[in-house]
Design a protein. Structure first.
Length: 371
């Protein structure tokens, strides 16, 4: 819950420490008004928080305005907690809408981050552990309730607003990128890739500049076949953390991870996330040229390739194979079992008309074991 709120509130906020000051109201439906001041003393916003208790449930409603950029950032949010369980959370900030509610043992999150041209929309749905979310929400309520019960003021809060998202507005901007905090690291996501895919789904054509040499590019247009255009109606495009896929457990019968695992910060976590979203009996296709680089993955997380002194003498292929074999490795990915393999699959990458890079990828097929 706190993670989602931080993500939304961090849309336009720079890194830094803000200070909140104000005086709490009397007991009952408690109202707390705060204003935010930056480190240099400049007032940059305000917030009004109301805390109510009725029929055994706590409800917190807040409205706020932050003036951290030329365009003020306004939002409304509401949280409802009964006992130790979250009943409902909603947030609205301009074109941004988010909601969370219990689902089974977890929490279902949904968020829409605005619309671009022709109704393009970036949507995220996911599932968070109930215990983590409850702890964070309960702590949030307890702090505000304690402030509301105080009879003496003023009180002072230190609020750290990290820069989790940047350069993302209520519409996509072609060619721009934004930052998003994933797995403890900041990643840059190119919106152009999402826009290219959306254009293909909408128009049935893919247009892109193809490098001839130097800075000379030729415009290329490829048309989807009628069969592909019909299939496109069932395609959705997502930008997400490959080590924490935002889908419910058992959502898919087939997952393909093509030349990706050596580009994430947690290869083992990626395999576990793929396993989690597979339905029982579902299959995963994983291909990788094992082109490991410390710029993408810390060497200690590589699947081989970092020491010749081990039993595999630095080979990568046996490590991936062992991770998908029950008992084959201390860190075997439980519930995902190797079914087929080809360790010499060609992958050709064109740089320009006189230069190509040829990789030899290892491709494995693994099956999700029955529950």
């Amino acid at each position: 819950m706190a993670r989602l709120a931080t993500l939304i509130c961090g849309l336009l906020a720079p890194c830094g420490v803000l200070w909140a000051q104000g005086e709490p109201a009397a007991p009952g439906p408690a109202e707390v008004r705060r204003w935010y001041v930056s480190e240099n003393g400049r007032e940059v916003g305000w917030e009004r928080v109301e805390l109510r208790r009725a029929a055994g449930a706590w409800t917190l409603s807040s409205r706020a305005e932050l003036r951290l950029t030329e365009t003020p950032f306004r939002y409304r949010q509401e949280l409802r907690l009964r006992g130790a369980k979250l009943e409902r959370y909603s947030l609205r900030a301009g074109a941004i809408e988010a909601a969370a509610e219990p689902q089974g043992e977890g929490v279902r999150l949904s968020a829409s981050y605005g619309e671009g041209r022709a109704g393009e929309k970036l949507v995220a749905r996911g599932k968070l552990p109930q215990v983590v979310l409850d702890t964070q929400v309960r702590a949030h309520f307890e702090v505000l309730a304690a402030l509301a019960r105080k009879q003496a003021g003023p009180f002072e809060l230190e609020v750290l607003v990290p820069q989790t998202l940047n350069a993302l507005r209520t519409r996509f901007e072609p060619g721009r990128s934004f930052q998003v905090q994933l797995g403890g690291r900041t990643r840059r996501v190119r919106e152009g890739v999402l826009r290219l895919g959306q254009r293909a789904l909408r128009s049935g054509e893919v247009r892109y500049p193809r490098r001839r040499c130097g800075i000379v590019y030729d415009e290329r247009t490829l048309s989807l076949t009628p069969e592909l255009r019909q299939a496109a109606e069932r395609v959705d495009l997502w930008a997400a953390d490959a080590t924490a896929l935002p889908f419910s457990a058992g959502s898919f019968a087939l997952v393909s991870s093509l030349n990706l695992i050596d580009c994430v910060n947690d290869p083992h976590g990626h395999l576990e996330s793929v396993r989690d979203v597979l339905s029982p009996g579902g299959r995963a296709i994983v291909a990788t040229p094992h082109d490991w680089s410390p710029n993408a993955t810390a060497p200690e997380a590589w699947l081989g390739g970092h020491s010749q002194r081990g039993a595999q003498e630095g080979a990568c292929e046996p490590i991936l194979r062992a991770l998908l074999t029950p008992g084959g490795h201390p860190a075997t990915v439980a519930g995902l079992e190797l079914r087929a393999e080809d360790d010499d699959v060609p992958w050709l990458v064109r740089l320009h008309e006189r230069s190509h890079v040829r990789y030899r990828a290892q491709l494995v097929v693994a099956e999700r074991s029955p529950e």
